[in-house]
Design a binder for this molecule. Structure first.
Ligand code: IPE
Ligand code: IPE
Ligand code: MG
Length: 236
């Protein structure tokens, strides 16, 4: 389907801790309140016919956080899937876990696997939950796969951009064309480095639990303005 929306939106969902702190609440309350923003983004992208949405839920660096917070985030990923699976089916969402499986408890992985199996036949929005995800690690994993599986009888000259690209986690998805970061930080934080190489970046001060459909619409509008400005560069 051709439409006027980005093909692939990536979101660095940041600011849950600050949201909670502003209210004198523990950090985990910020994460808890982020769930509704997650669902609004998924519903909007499904409705608009966006091909892929990647949500940065937990980075390979986030294991360094306090144990209680890590446990909450790990369990929350399962709870959200359990609670929302039916709605994913109604929306035609195809959900997948994107990231390393190591360190994630087996019981949580079982839910990731179940949700991706059940939603696999859906033809709508491709939803990536980037959990225990790091962009550098994804590229390294790809290079390892190339070396292990493709170079048995070949040489280093065969490691080229195309081979690395084809061994990324989900190479069939289009590149990220709109990368959004909430909570105002001007950082990529190791998110989808390869796929975002040519993305427009929209950074909003809004904290993730406050980020609603209207904010996503505004980011999409900003992306369109950036594209138009880019195209008009050829006119001088
Ligand atoms: C984003 O919010 C959620 C995760 C990284 C899991 P933070 O928890 O990073 O919130 P801030 O940056 O401390 O406000
Ligand atoms: C990025 O947010 C990671 C996720 C949104 C999961 P962080 O809050 O962890 O990033 P830094 O530490 O500010 O770079
Ligand atoms: Mg943060």
């Amino acid at each position: 389907m051709v439409n006027n929306y980005p093909s692939h939106i990536g979101i660095i969902m940041d600011g849950n801790g600050r949201w909670a702190k502003l209210r004198g609440l523990p950090r985990i309350e910020g994460h808890r309140h982020g769930e509704e923003s997650i669902m609004e983004a998924i519903r909007a992208c499904a409705e608009w016919g966006v091909k892929a949405l990647s949500l940065f839920a937990f980075s390979t660096e986030n294991w360094d956080r306090p144990e209680e917070e890590v446990r909450f985030l790990v369990n929350m990923s399962r709870d959200v899937l359990r609670k929302r699976l039916e709605e994913f089916m109604e929306l035609g969402v195809r959900m997948r876990h994107m990231g390393r499986r190591d360190n994630i408890p087996a019981e949580i992985l079982a839910w990731f696997d179940l949700a991706s199996e059940v939603t696999a036949p859906n033809a709508g929005l491709n939803l990536n939950i980037n959990f225990n995800y790091g962009g550098r690690r994804e590229i390294l994993d790809s290079v390892i796969a190339v070396v292990e599986h493709q170079l048995e009888e070949a040489d280093a000259g065969d490691i080229n951009l195309d081979a690395v690209f084809r061994n990324l986690y989900f190479p069939e998805l289009p590149d990220v064309d709109l990368l959004i970061r909430t909570a105002g930080e001007y950082r990529i934080s190791n998110f989808m480095l390869w796929q975002s190489a040519e993305a427009s970046i929209v950074i909003t001060p809004v904290l993730w639990p406050d980020f609603k459909k209207a904010h996503l619409e505004e980011a999409v509008a900003e992306h369109r303005r950036l594209l138009v400005a880019d195209a008009s560069d050829f006119n001088y």
